[in-house]
Design a protein around this ligand. Structure first.
Ligand SMILES: [Fe+2]
Length: 230
């Protein structure tokens, strides 16, 4: 299992407040059987430059590694990049890709996306050679017309959902349906702490296995892992 979206790095954003909290979050994911966790601190181009963000991220990571030297779960450095008009022109944008991949995790505005916004996403994908992954798409679905996601999927934009969307009483039917149709690609805990936004993800994978079958679940995990080899 992969946790594709997490705020585990200490003192980077509104996530983990210190190294101890980060370690407890990592141990929780490990106990659930998570093999790889993508750490995705918020990046806001208004407040930060890519280089200073990367410097802060590296320092935070090194501090964590000094106290959590275990091999599992594997920590992969990433970022949750907030969309803004003009994002496709951001210098050094590729440096915000998930380490070792061309995948960019983008946090979208919670409003109806205009044609311009969509064209920005297509520019990122088609012209910059990035694979765009939209973070927690369940948050934006209700703002968009039905064809928007189809258009994005047709342009190879990938979709991440949070684990509580998959397990939620009112949302799981929708989530499982979308997984069945192969319109969702990654699951994240989007954990920020141990209490209000905890690192819980195994239950989502388990439910997919239970409802869509073990073969489906294995194929999903294999697909997710393969995206780190490209
Ligand atoms: Fe997040």
């Amino acid at each position: 299992m992969i946790d594709f979206h997490s705020h585990i790095l200490p003192v980077m954003d509104d996530g983990s407040k210190n190294t101890q909290e980060s370690i407890a979050m990592l141990n929780s994911l490990k106990a659930q059987g998570v093999k790889r966790v993508v750490v995705t601190p918020h990046f806001y181009a208004n407040d930060d430059s890519v280089s200073s963000f990367l410097e802060r991220r590296q320092k935070s990571f090194e501090k964590l590694k000094a106290e959590f030297a275990e091999a599992s779960p594997e920590i992969v450095l990433g970022a949750e990049v907030r969309y803004y008009d003009g994002i496709s022109k951001l210098e050094n944008l590729s440096d915000l890709c998930i380490q070792g991949t061309r995948m960019l995790l983008i946090e979208m505005p919670g409003a109806r996306w205009t044609e311009y916004v969509l064209s920005e996403l297509f520019n990122l994908a088609a012209y910059s050679g990035h694979t765009v992954v939209l973070a927690h798409i369940e948050r934006y679905m209700n703002y968009q017309s039905a064809d928007v996601f189809e258009k994005l999927l047709a342009n190879d934009v990938l979709m991440q959902v949070n684990a509580d969307f998959v397990t939620g009483f009112f949302s799981k039917h929708k989530a499982l349906n979308l997984f069945r149709k192969e319109k969702l690609h990654f699951i994240g805990s989007d954990c920020h702490n141990l209490t209000t936004r905890p690192p819980e993800i195994a239950k989502a994978y388990e439910l997919i296995g239970k409802k869509l079958g073990t073969q489906f679940l294995n194929d999903l995990i294999e697909y997710e892992n393969e995206m780190f080899l490209l």
